[in-house]
Design a protein. Structure first.
Ligand code: HEM
Length: 413
């Protein structure tokens, strides 16, 4: 069990996970996490918020190995699973099986439900719509008040509109699902808030799917409705899947747009290079990979329970213990990314783990990439004088959320 005190050190001497970020450099992973790379260990015990002592997998190579290992389970109800929050722990036993918490053949079945909806080709076809929405939002920004708040003006509406379009969810309801996505991702949410939010979102999605079973369209919820009719899936299974896509599909990309903009505004040389090369899709694509690496917004992931003993990188990890593959640690591993603290938009960073690794790697990564390429290729070209309208020290960073970000980013031009 993760509660086991390690042989080598008393619990109180173990590093805390997560460690706090530095106020001086809030874009970088926590300094105490990065220091662990100097220990030459790729796996070590850490102390979690609830006093348990899961294994932390640190290096890029070790994380790729562990996240692809079939002895790891994503089932949050499995013994030893290292929960991120008290709410998650409280509800672990009642969590319905879905794409993000199943393993092996059961997980493959869930992934197959989405294969045809998320092909690279289908995502590429969305590019003109993403460009149009980005240009419209920037037009509106330029016609509106200056300064303005970037989440409201651009970062949230773009991915929300796109995920609504893809799923077939009415955008008029965005205030409702954005509020619930915020609760879903908050680390300090109570078990009661968690249950209320999940219930509200699932009944909302279930109602939409039922309507689409009678009147289908070309969207993911209609695809799920067709699978229900074909007997491949039940409505009780489809609703949580729609819920996961709706939450994962807008909050993550939104946080990347805001964080990436703030980071670039701190690096004028890199920003100038991006602006100069904004007509070159290959340069912009590389720049987006570097931003994803540097910022690694799923900063508390990836987490697994061990279902069978394994000898790994010089330690024995037992069934019933927890494993945290810290994605920011992998993406700042100097062996994989030399001089990781240097933001270098032209480096080859596409082997980063910001979308995870192994069977649970992000389903929406192609959509996220296209959204980010369009935004970062357009925003600074259209508004070359864009600047922060607040001091870095006045910004409130989302350390308490599963997706790192900035609550409000005032910008001016
Ligand atoms: C910048 C944006 C995004 C980032 C950084 C991101 C990151 C991740 C990561 C790290 C995982 C793996 C978690 C694990 O192994 O435990 C994941 C899984 C997932 N993501 Fe994303 N994601 C992003 C955008 C999206 C979008 C746009 C969608 C949907 C349209 C999406 C849907 C999903 C789903 C359904 C899973 C679960 C896959 C599975 O467990 O098999 N994500 N994401």
């Amino acid at each position: 069990m993760t509660e086991t005190v390690p042989d080598t050190a008393p619990t109180q001497e173990l590093p805390d996970f997560p460690a706090p970020r530095s106020g001086a450099c809030p874009f970088a992973p926590p300094p105490d996490l990065l220091k662990l790379h100097d220990t030459d260990k790729s796996v070590l015990r850490v102390r979690s918020w609830d006093g348990t002592t899961p294994w932390l997998v640190l290096t890029h190579a070790a994380q790729r190995a562990i996240l692809a290992d079939p002895r790891m389970s994503a089932n949050i109800g499995a013994p030893g699973y290292p929960h991120t929050t008290a709410a998650m722990k409280a509800h672990a036993g009642e969590m319905q099986p879905s794409i993000n918490n199943t393993d092996g053949a059961e997980h493959v079945r869930w992934r197959r439900m989405l294969t045809s909806s998320f092909t690279r080709h289908r995502m590429r076809r969305l590019q003109p719509a993403i460009q149009q929405i980005t240009d419209d939002l920037i037009d509106r920004m330029l016609d509106g008040p200056n300064p303005t708040e970037l989440n409201e003006a651009l970062s949230l509406p773009l991915p929300s509109l796109m995920i609504c379009e893809l799923l077939g969810v009415p955008y008029e309801d965005h205030a409702f699902f954005q509020k619930h996505a915020g609760v879903t991702n908050a680390v300090n949410r109570t078990p009661e808030e968690n249950a209320a939010t999940a219930g509200a979102l699932r009944s909302y999605i279930a109602r939409l799917i039922e309507a689409k079973m009678d009147d289908p369209d070309e969207d993911v919820l209609s695809d799920l409705g067709a699978r229900i009719k074909a007997g491949e899936l039940s409505l009780e299974e489809a609703a949580p899947l729609g819920h996961i896509l709706l939450v994962a599909g807008h909050d993550t990309s939104a946080n990347m747009i805001t964080l990436g903009t703030a980071l670039l505004l701190q690096h004028p040389d890199q920003l100038a290079a991006l602006r100069e090369n904004s007509g070159d899709p290959d340069y912009v694509a590389k720049a987006v990979e570097e931003l994803l690496r540097y910022l690694t917004l799923p900063h508390l992931l990836a987490r697994r329970a061990v279902v069978e003993d394994l000898d790994f990188e010089g330690v024995t990890i037992r069934a019933g213990e927890g494993v945290i593959a810290s994605l920011p640690a992998a993406n700042w591993d100097p062996e994989a990314f030399p001089d990781p603290g240097a933001l270098a938009l032209d480096r080859s960073a596409s082997h980063h783990l910001a979308f995870g690794w192994g069977p649970h790697q992000c389903v929406g990564q192609q959509l996220a990439r296209i959204e980010l390429q369009v935004v970062f290729g357009t925003l600074f070209r259209r508004i070359p004088t864009l600047r922060l309208a607040a001091g870095l020290e006045d910004l409130s960073f989302k350390e308490d959320s599963q997706a790192y970000g900035i609550y409000e980013l005032p910008v001016a031009w």
